[in-house]
Design a protein. Sequence first.
Length: 307
Amino acid sequence: MSGTPWARGRLLGGFGGPRLLFGRMYEDSSVELAVFPPPGARVLCIASAGDTAAALQSAGYEVTAVDVNPVQLTYARERLVGGGTREGTAEAVMRLGRGAAALLLPAWRHRELHGFLTLDDPVEQVRRWREELDTEGLRRLMRVALRPGGALAVALRPSFAGVVPPRFDEVLRRRLERTVGRHPNARNPLLWRLLVGAEPPGTSALWAPGVRLVCDDVVHALERAPRGGYHAVTLSNVLDGPGPDFARRLRAAVRHAVRPGGVVVLRSAREPGPGGPGWAAQDRSPLWGVVRAVRLGGTAPDRRIEP
């Protein structure tokens, strides 16, 4: 139906129907809030676990959230009216990794990590990261888990395994250091989700009942939208996994559905090419190699929105 492996609703190998993939989102919606048109605009996002949709509606946007996975969309609907958070496949994989680290490396146990995550001084955070957390033991463990042929690559479906950078253990360690060196840990929920699978103290449930939810492949949803019906779209990492035919369809669908002067945001776990990392260099999530924001030009050339 869609030409995208996301339609299977499964990150890992095996058989069966769609599953809940993401219990939380790992995208820094402050990027969208920085580059989107003023509140009141009509915008589209990937539903996933609902965090981005909730942040956009709370900021005053008219939000449509699309997901091809019906299990994921049902979960997003529940969360957007105050429902609880559940573990998806991504969280289960991260929980196993955190458990192995805590078993072998004392600094990676929950109490010690909690102390690290309550810091609010990036200089002290980098010092603690280098001296206490980014040890030789961590490097050995991450090599086993994240290199080609390692545990993650073996477990992922083939369409997604190719997205993981070849030396993802080193790549992820660099991205983590970049993040803790720029943003106060205590106010970075994306880091809390990744390192301890929890939210910072005082975080409230999502509440965005006005989000319009659509179960569809995002390309199809954009193709069916009125021409120029959206002022902006944020498409997560939908191009991580699909092939070039899907990418061509997506580009055409975006040009149909987003008016000239509108904004498109795309993320990727891949390492950046000659164009650089874009917003990934300064956002609060350590997972992304590239976060690109582009203003569509209509008859004029498109223009990147630089950080």
